[in-house]
Design a protein around this ligand. Structure first.
Ligand code: BTN
Length: 327
């Protein structure tokens, strides 16, 4: 039984559900039900009643219980109710020598930042966090790291039934809507990385912003649109577990081991796109990603790669997981 399945039962019920009824239907003991109820209450769910008279869910204050986050990439968790930007807070800690696995997480941000200097809307109910990493790799390997992080989100979300795909370089989309984005900043010498701060913003239980700011407006979605309300720390814990494994693999073997999975879940794979070519704006068909995580394309001038910038689909498309149209 996960806390999510217990929560789903409580939310769907018309009246109180007794501890023994819940225990019977979920195949666990009443004590286990009681323990999970306490956990849900601690994370902000309003649940009245007891095992005997029955439990009734009446809402949630969408708090985040960061004390449950564990593992090598949650070595030191800094949780605040409100921050300007977790990215700025984590960078300040990294500059002062914070260890790998320092995780800064906020219920909401007042000055969230996206890629290319864009604003990032971060109300309560979403996951907004930044992670300090100190990867022992050459600085030119780091641009592939956010692709691995985005892929980990896609895998975690697909396991929960969200038809997620990755949009190169590091966005997560589902059904034609952007649901998550990654921002990576680094300090390095010529041949040595000092720190990387990997920030992620995931629309989860929050109402998604009408559109995300950008050159063209981008439709936004939230995980809960597919799953119903999610326990934030469980989702975060799933990603930490998955990304910890992928990060270890990335340190050993670079991006190569992730190419096939990235291409499998890429919403751009095989599609015609416009992109920033070596000599200005260009058009081509996406044929994959290379071992450094650069986008591989074929255009009128032959094969080429794209390492940075915006890539846009030329025509609406229906891809894996039912993605319909992408800017
Ligand atoms: C994007 O442009 O798609 C990347 C968005 C990254 C937003 C996250 S939210 C947590 C962290 N703090 C910030 O200010 N930005 C990142």
């Amino acid at each position: 039984m996960t806390t999510d399945s217990l929560l789903a039962r409580l939310r769907a019920a018309d009246g109180p559900l007794s501890g023994s009824a819940l225990a019977g239907s979920l195949g666990v003991t009443r004590a286990a039900v009681h323990k999970r109820i306490e956990k849900l209450r601690a994370s902000g769910h309003r649940i009245s009643g007891t095992n005997r008279v029955g439990y009734r869910w009446s809402g949630s204050s969408v708090r985040l219980d960061a004390s449950t986050l564990k593992g090598p990439l949650a070595r030191d968790v800094v949780h605040r109710r409100v921050l300007g930007s977790t990215q700025d807070a984590a960078k300040a800690l990294a500059v002062r020598g914070a260890a790998e696995g320092t995780l800064v997480i906020a219920n909401r941000q007042t000055a969230g930042r996206g890629r290319l200097g864009r604003r990032w809307s971060s109300p309560a109910g979403g996951l907004w966090f930044s992670l300090v990493l100190r990867p022992a790799v050459r600085p030119d390997r780091v641009p592939a790291l956010p692709l691995v992080a985005a892929l980990s989100w896609v895998e975690v979300l697909r396991a929960r039934g969200v038809p997620a795909g990755v949009k190169w370089p590091n966005d997560v989309w589902a059904d034609g809507k952007k649901i998550a984005g990654i921002l990576t900043e680094m300090s390095a010498e010529t041949d040595r990385v000092q720190w990387v701060v990997l920030g992620a913003g995931v629309n989860v239980n929050n109402r998604p912003p009408w559109s995300l700011p950008g050159g063209r407006s981008v439709p936004a979605g939230s995980v809960a649109q597919w799953t119903g309300r999610v326990v934030l720390e469980e989702l975060m814990g799933d990603w930490l577990a998955r990304f910890s494994r992928s990060y270890a693999q990335f340190l050993r073997g670079g991006f190569s081991p992730f190419r096939a999975a990235f291409e499998r879940w890429s919403v751009l794979q095989g599609e015609r796109v416009s992109f920033e070519g070596p000599s200005g704006p260009s058009e081509g068909r996406v044929i994959g990603v290379d071992r450094d995580g650069q986008l591989r394309l074929i255009s009128g001038r032959g094969k080429t790669t794209c390492g940075a910038g915006e890539v846009s689909l030329i025509r609406p498309w229906k891809g894996p997981g039912g993605l319909r149209s992408l800017p």
